[in-house]
Design a protein around this ligand. Structure first.
Ligand SMILES: [Zn+2]
Length: 452
């Protein structure tokens, strides 16, 4: 599958978004008779060249702030069966590896993110866990992935950021604070991340809680880690709905004005249809916007969001996608919306990148709801320049560092081979052959990547 096939899919999403068989997914508040809210400006699928021009790389600096892999041999596979089931529910559909967790291992990750997608820099995060015993990627393993990635680039250009996931509501708080200090000492922590709604017993916590939440944020602050991330919305297993609301994070942002707070998934909830802003909504993106209003956080302040899973799920429903992106850009701010994909759950992030390149909020929706147009410069911000500002990345320096590294120099060759059918296409889930190839390549990282 190439750019033409993606164009065909995008055209189909537009049609279903306009009504027809999936009309049930339409925003209930949308007035009929008006135009659709989101369109994919993709050329006819048969025009391969035009599709490639519209959906292929336009040289964007892409920072994916939300990516995953697992360590299939880790103790978490014994200690956290519910986490194993969660991960197994998000494998690429073509996964045939045995064990199946190999489909989302480190080698596959490096392939899917850095070889088979236009991603420039990625943040490696993790799913809910309380430490090395039950984490799919214990922090030392995340650092190892970072080191391997650096080893594959010329001069070790920084292409991978890592987060330290902490659970201050599990076990004694002092242990969490010590873990944070130890992690910070490695110099590798770009951000701390919490799941306020999670614990193995299903009980969450509030970041405003003076016993658990505030001391954790304060400790991050004192360690000099000024980016604090929380998953909000998108309910997972063992989630406590009472602590999944974004309000505590927004409130705490007022107390720590020299820190930045990133709300993963923008509080989006798949059970709520995204429509025009409704301040009374209890869940979803609107619950975040209402919290910003309540705590008088202006646009482009120290509260940020990413669109991981939000975009992947809504790109098939362009009207909802237009509302979601339009509301976030308008209220959280055009400089505060970050690119995230939740790759490599479900495979390479590349199809999501291509879809975003083609997506537009229609003039009708811009007029009706004062949403901004998705101009090239707005998209450049979403794709990576906003994250570059947040994490202090110099796009020019990173680009220069990547011009001659072994990963980058093999992207074109890999794409050509995929086009010719010699290797599986990055547009489709990767089979075991590719994973093995990448493993072999990693074992001899000095030789150029080539399929066996
Ligand atoms: Zn995630």
């Amino acid at each position: 599958m190439g750019a033409g096939a993606v164009a065909a899919s995008l055209a189909a999403f537009e049609l279903t978004g306009c009504g027809g068989p999936t009309a049930a997914f339409r925003s209930p508040t949308r007035t009929t008779g008006r135009g659709p809210g989101g369109t994919f400006g993709a050329p006819p699928p048969s025009d391969t060249e035009a599709c490639q021009a519209a959906l292929g790389s336009q040289g964007e600096f892409i920072v994916d702030v939300h990516t995953h892999h697992v360590i299939p041999s880790g103790t978490w596979t014994q200690n956290a069966p519910e986490t194993v089931n969660l991960v197994l529910s998000m494998l690429p559909s073509g996964c045939t590896d045995s064990p199946q967790l190999d489909c989302v291992d480190r080698a596959t990750y490096l392939h899917d993110v850095f070889l088979a997608s236009d991603t420039t820099v990625a943040m490696l995060t993790d799913v809910p866990n309380s430490g090395v015993a039950d984490a799919p990627i214990p922090f030392p393993e995340a650092v190892k992935t970072q080191q391997i990635t650096a080893g594959l680039t010329a001069g070790g250009a920084g292409r991978l950021l890592v987060e330290n996931i902490i659970a201050p509501n599990v076990g004694p708080l002092a242990a969490t604070l010590d873990e944070m200090s130890a992690a910070a000492e490695t110099g590798a922590v770009a951000a701390f991340k919490v799941y306020t709604a999670w614990s193995p017993s299903g009980r969450g916590f509030s970041l405003e809680d003076p016993i658990v939440g505030l001391p954790t944020v304060q400790h991050a602050h004192d360690l000099g880690i000024k980016v604090f991330v929380a998953h909000k919305g998108l309910p997972l297993v063992n989630f406590d709905p009472a602590n999944n609301h974004p309000d505590d994070m927004v409130a705490v942002s007022r107390q720590f004005p020299d820190m930045n707070f990133v709300i993963y998934h923008a509080a989006w909830d798949p059970s709520r249809v995204e429509g025009p802003y409704d301040p009374s909504a209890a869940i979803g993106i609107d619950s975040l916007l209402a919290a910003l209003d309540r705590h008088q956080v202006p646009p482009n302040d120290n509260v940020w969001v990413d669109v991981a899973t939000v975009w992947r799920q809504l790109l098939t429903q362009p009207d909802q996608a237009a509302h979601a992106l339009g509301k976030l850009l308008k209220r959280v701010g055009q400089q505060r919306v970050l690119w995230g994909t939740d790759a490599i759950w479900f495979g390479s992030p590349q199809p999501q990148i291509a879809a975003m390149r083609a997506f537009q909020i229609t003039p009708e929706f811009q007029d009706l709801y004062q949403y901004p147009a998705l101009t090239d410069s707005v998209k450049a911000g979403i794709f990576g320049l906003n994250a570059a500002q947040l994490f202090g990345i110099d796009p020019t320096a990173v680009r220069c560092g990547l011009t001659a590294d072994p990963l980058t120099s093999n992207i074109d060759e890999a794409a050509m081979l995929a086009h010719g059918g010699a290797i599986p296409s990055p547009w489709t889930p990767n089979g075991p052959t590719t994973r093995r190839q990448v493993l072999q390549w990693l074992a001899s990282a000095t030789t150029p990547w080539a399929p066996m």
